[in-house]
Design a protein. Structure first.
Length: 294
């Protein structure tokens, strides 16, 4: 990478990306951002399940999408793992997961470099890892893009895809930085800006732009000429935890109705309430442009 700056070795961190990359089109932006961030040592990427008629197939689709992004960027040496192809159905459910096993393996490595697991979808694989080996809870920080607005307990896609997994992580002692819907939806960008700043940036820029345009054209819910790059706070906060404001709150309990109920007696977690979207977007645009000029 042709950066004209250096990141001190003692500032570098290990990163695992857990992503439902085939679900929409914003995961890819966050994946690319992480791969282009010199502070990160990306140890691997896990394909996460998402809500579809066949959850196992959703993992395969996410796996294929991650591999496609890596191929376009000529970064095929980054390991990719399959997560569990379903949601957890009880508090005692501990299914096999290649991705969860990788989290455990990486967490148990003795290293001076902190480990971040960036969760851009359901928390299934992190929950399985914690259920299998509770002793790893103090060995990594989980940054999760997910959860509804705290005040009204509203529904949210990543939470809904495996609320029992969310409860496992909430009830564990792992360091958790949650970016709920009210915060991640602040990373809003127009199609015109993407055309101007992403499309010209080589093969990967064109791919990111074209994929988002295709998904946007097929869905009814986007505003029409804008998108929320909601997964992008995950790599940004691992790079600079100060690019948002947070509160320390009691971890919630998610009911069978998939509602976020207040539980003042629960352990405390970091909940981001505001995100510096311009810092995140401009850092991404700049890194993408530098990469394209190599």
């Amino acid at each position: 990478m042709s950066y004209q700056f250096n990141v001190k070795e003692n500032k570098k961190v290990r990163v695992i990306i857990d992503t439902d990359a085939a679900c929409e089109a914003d995961d890819q932006y966050a994946i690319v951002h992480a791969l282009l961030t010199p502070r990160f040592i990306v140890r691997g990427i896990i394909a996460e399940q998402f809500n579809s008629p066949d959850r196992a197939d959703s993992v395969e689709k996410s796996y294929a999408e991650v591999k496609r992004v890596l191929e376009i960027m000529s970064m095929e040496d980054v390991p990719v793992f399959r997560g569990y192809g379903g949601e957890l159905f009880s508090a005692a459910d501990i299914p096999e997961s290649e991705g969860a096993d990788f989290i455990i393996k990486e967490a148990l490595i003795y290293s001076d470099r902190p480990l971040f697991v960036l969760c851009q979808g359901a928390l299934t694989n992190v929950a399985i890892a914690l259920r299998k080996r509770p002793d790893i809870a103090d060995k990594f920080t989980c940054i999760w893009i997910g959860g509804g607005v705290y005040e009204d307990g509203s529904l949210e896609y990543n939470l809904n895809n495996d609320f029992r997994a969310a409860n496992t992580v909430f009830n564990s002692s792992v360091e958790l930085w949650q970016v709920p819907m009210e915060a991640y939806r602040l990373v809003r960008v127009s199609y015109a800006e993407l055309q101007n700043k992403v499309l010209p940036c080589g093969k990967i820029g064109k791919y990111l732009f074209d994929e988002l345009m295709a998904v946007g054209a097929a869905q009814d819910w986007p505003a029409g000429e804008s998108w929320v790059l909601g997964d992008s706070p995950a790599p940004a906060l691992a790079m600079d935890p100060g690019c948002g404001r947070y509160e320390i709150k009691s971890a919630p309990f998610i009911s069978e109705a998939k509602r976020c109920d207040g539980t003042p007696e629960n352990r405390l977690i970091r909940v981001y309430t505001d995100i510096d979207s311009r810092f995140i977007l401009e850092d991404f645009f700049s890194k993408l442009s530098i990469f394209a000029d190599m």
